[in-house]
Design a protein around this ligand. Sequence first.
Ligand SMILES: [Fe+2]
Ligand SMILES: [Fe+2]
Length: 258
Amino acid sequence: MKNPTETKSETAKPEASGTKKANGKLKIAAMGDLHIKEHGGNSYKELFSEISQAADILVLTGDLTDLGKPKEAEMLAADLRSCSIPVVGVLGNHDYECGHVDEVTAIIKDAGMHLLEGQAVEINGVGFAGVKGFAGGFGRHMLGSFGEPAIKAMVAESVEETMRLENALRQVRSERAMVVLHYAPIVETVEGEPKEIYCFLGSSRLAETIDRFPVSAVVHGHAHRGKYAGKTPGGAPVYNVASHVEKPTGKPYALIEL
Ligand SMILES: [Fe+2]
Ligand SMILES: [Fe+2]
């Protein structure tokens, strides 16, 4: 894993400049939960090349693979060759399933994606701070660190991911910042899922951290049956961009201008 305090900076590839808006805003395509399966036959080549025309940057919010198999990551890497704009992203819980997360990470990074695990990257004046996040629940119903070691370990993991996000946000120098997550930071964008599983879909601890920084927008996935838009208690816009979620674009990806 890279140094969590590392910040990278780059300008978008020349192909992206043609789509950049005259008002200086950056057009960001964001999508999560691709769930690429080894034998699923789902290729993203066409969609990635369409997105390259429609946006300046592609942001992927985790669950890139279905079972975290290196073969699935290689399929994503091959599909990403059709993408001519910079790609920023985080992993999701599914990318951990097979226990090959280091290999999956290496394959995705080799494909040129800025995979964020508690770091920030600045592209064309927008800082992207990314972390997978974790479960734990929302508001006053958040899981507390009490009782069995297994429960305490779960809460500790949630807190640790939040601290990684804080480190990433401290590295952002640009005025415009986007937070990239897999798990949800607010309950509003998971609504539509069964109430019984809200606790496993995200954590308010992420929103508490986000609200301590000037964040322009937050994107996440994971809640396939959730709702597209919401806000943190501090007012930062939050978008659930899981490919299954209905969006204003009518496409599997959202378009957000920052
Ligand atoms: Fe998913
Ligand atoms: Fe997920």
